[in-house]
Design a protein around this ligand. Structure first.
Ligand SMILES: [Zn+2]
Length: 281
């Protein structure tokens, strides 16, 4: 008879895929709550642990919620249900749901967050954008190429239909008629990889959370023929990872001989909820 899969088995599989040592020093990855000896038969995936996605995990009958963003970054003195984060912890524990996060370790892992983004955009021949110095095949961001060159305007339409970009839509620099084929991507906030984007000689860079100053300086530096920047939503560029992570985890747990089911959140946790169309200054 097959043994149930325990939370500690799932955590071991996740830690092997998304090595905690790959995470940034400031990050807070791994198990947030949950009993390693608890049996796991259903796992829910979401970008963020919010009251909404936690209720979704509970309703799905999951015993584990896996998120990209950590719930707790800063040291806490209390998880009383008087704060939102405390309430989230209470809802999880009182419903027997563990919480695990793979954040910057999932950004750098291969396959990781940016591989899922590259795949969602149908990029071919995907390679690393910013390799880690001492780790073979691991690093931030990816570069790939479109099957054939596209007008930037058509590529933006492609990005916006491939990703859940939400009400904010996508913004881009440059000329809509520019032809693009070699594309860099980085799921989430990708401004740290802007120097690598210049060295990579790509036609466009898809990421999120680029600031006014960084974009202005970049455009001045690279000029008309340099890479265009495409700012999609933070949530939208990371969401494709959920499906990829669910599939990889199912593969990793297949050896246990017990079936685990996974569900992926379809609720947007993008905090932006309104977009006012363009007006002149
Ligand atoms: Zn993120």
């Amino acid at each position: 008879m097959s043994q149930p899969i325990l939370l500690r088995d799932v955590v071991a599989a996740l830690d092997a895929r998304y090595r905690p040592s790959l995470a940034e020093e400031w990050d807070a990855v791994g198990l947030v709550c949950g009993d390693p000896a608890a049996a796991i038969s259903r796992i829910h995936f979401a970008v963020d642990a919010t009251l909404v996605t936690v209720e979704e995990a509970i309703a799905s009958g999951s015993q584990l919620l896996i998120t990209h963003h950590p719930l707790l970054f800063d040291p806490v003195q209390s998880v009383a249900a008087t704060s939102t984060k405390g309430l989230i912890i209470h809802r999880l524990i009182s419903n027997g749901v563990a919480l695990f996060s793979a954040h910057t370790n999932a950004d750098r892992a291969n396959p990781g967050v940016s591989d899922a983004l590259a795949q969602a955009l149908c990029l071919l021949d995907v390679e690393l954008l910013e390799p880690m110095a001492d780790e073979q095949g691991i690093g931030l961001g990816r570069i790939g190429r479109l099957g054939s060159p596209m007008r930037l305007a058509d590529f933006l339409e492609h990005v916006s239909s491939a990703l859940p970009v939400g009400v904010a839509g996508i913004k881009a620099t440059g000329d809509p008629d520019k032809m693009v084929q070699r594309i860099a991507v980085c799921g989430g906030a990708g401004s740290s990889a802007l120097p690598a984007v210049i060295s990579a000689e790509v036609d466009a860079y898809v990421t999120s959370d680029l600031s006014h100053h960084r974009v202005g300086e970049f455009v001045d530096d690279v000029g008309r023929d340099g890479p265009v920047l495409i700012d999609a939503s933070h949530f939208g560029t990371e969401w494709p990872w959920l499906k990829q992570a669910a599939e990889l985890l199912l593969m990793d747990l297949a050896g246990f001989g017990t079936t685990v089911e996974t569900t992926v959140s379809t609720l947007s946790t993008d905090p932006w909820s309104i977009h006012e169309p363009k007006r002149s200054v």
